[in-house]
Structures are given as structure tokens and as C-alpha cells.
Design a protein around this ligand. Structure first.
Ligand SMILES: [Zn+2]
Length: 165
């Protein structure tokens, strides 16, 4: 698995200049370091192909969302989720990221069923997505939907509007 810091730096806790600046620029947070250390110590990083990239971990509500890019199969995703949930003592959701905002939104809202995602044209440079969810699902998953909407907005740079039908 491709990770944003050197393995040796993570292991020793003494960071080289490159890692130092990655941290200083805020590209890697203290939560990322915690997650990366767990993944490294448990040899999870080594067990995953280099085409798979660790992007970011974000604390949202009581959940930690870990964003990955590339092909992680179901077994690997479960293994990662279980490992991190246990060690962080939190609910962990692994999200396979995509450069396509619609795809990413569908992935983030799981297990909530997204009926439709559409781009909305707004005046100026504002980019927006309308996410359509059944009212029944909205009532059931309200909290999760609110959290994920905020997260999706941060990750995609789109204003996200949830529409209930
Ligand atoms: Zn380094």
C-alpha cells in the first residue's frame, strides 16, 4: 500500500525533511499518523499492492472514515476495517475514493441507498450536487446522512444538497 510518509520515519517517530514538511503542510494529521502506525505495525501496509493508496482518515461524529484509492477487495477491506476498529476503539468506515464526485458520494452514503446524484448548475463558480434519498431512508439514517453530506462536501469541493422523495 502506498502511504504518505516513509515507513522508517513512522516506525522511529523521527521524521525526515520530506515527512516533516508533509506534516507541517497539514497533508497528514495526527489521526493519519495513528492510523498509519497501526497499519504498518500490523504488516497490513506490506500485504497490500502499491497501486492502492492511503489517502486520509477523518473523524466524523463518532465514526472514523478512512479514504483509500485503488482496488481493495472485500476481504482486505474487512480486514482493514476490523483491525482499525479494534485498535482505535471506534467505528471505522473504509471508503474507496474516486475522482468522480458522484461515485464518491454513493460510496460514502453506504448503506443508505442513493437513488440519484445529479450536478446542479448554480450562478458563479459554485459546484453543486443533488443527492436524492428516499424519505424513509432519510428518517432512519438522518445522522449518518448529515455527517456524510458534510464530509462529501469537504472531499469533493461540491456543495451537496440532499433531496428527499
Ligand atoms: Zn520520511
Amino acid at each position: 500500500m502506498k502511504i504518505p510518509l516513509c515507513r522508517i520515519c513512522l516506525k522511529t517517530g523521527t521524521y525526515c525533511q520530506k515527512c516533516e514538511s508533509t506534516i507541517a503542510e497539514g497533508l497528514v494529521s495526527p489521526l493519519d499518523i495513528k492510523v498509519l502506525k497501526i497499519l504498518l505495525d500490523s504488516k497490513f501496509v506490506e500485504s497490500i499492492d502499491k497501486k492502492v493508496e492511503y489517502v486520509k482518515s477523518i473523524n466524523i461524529g463518532k465514526r472514523i472514515v478512512v479514504l483509500i484509492r485503488g482496488n481493495l477487495n472485500m476481504e482486505q477491506t474487512d480486514r482493514m476495517k476490523n483491525l482499525l476498529s479494534r485498535r482505535l476503539r471506534s467505528r471505522v468506515q473504509i471508503v474507496i475514493g474516486s475522482d468522480d464526485p458522484e461515485q464518491l458520494v454513493r460510496e460514502l452514503y453506504k448503506p443508505v441507498r442513493v437513488l440519484a446524484v445529479g450536478r446542479v448548475h448554480l450562478p458563479g463558480d459554485m459546484k453543486a450536487l443533488r443527492v436524492t434519498i428516499a424519505s424513509k431512508d432519510y428518517r432512519r439514517w438522518r445522522r449518518k446522512i448529515e455527517d456524510m453530506t458534510e464530509l462529501a462536501s469537504r472531499l469533493t469541493g461540491y456543495y451537496i444538497y440532499v433531496s428527499r422523495i
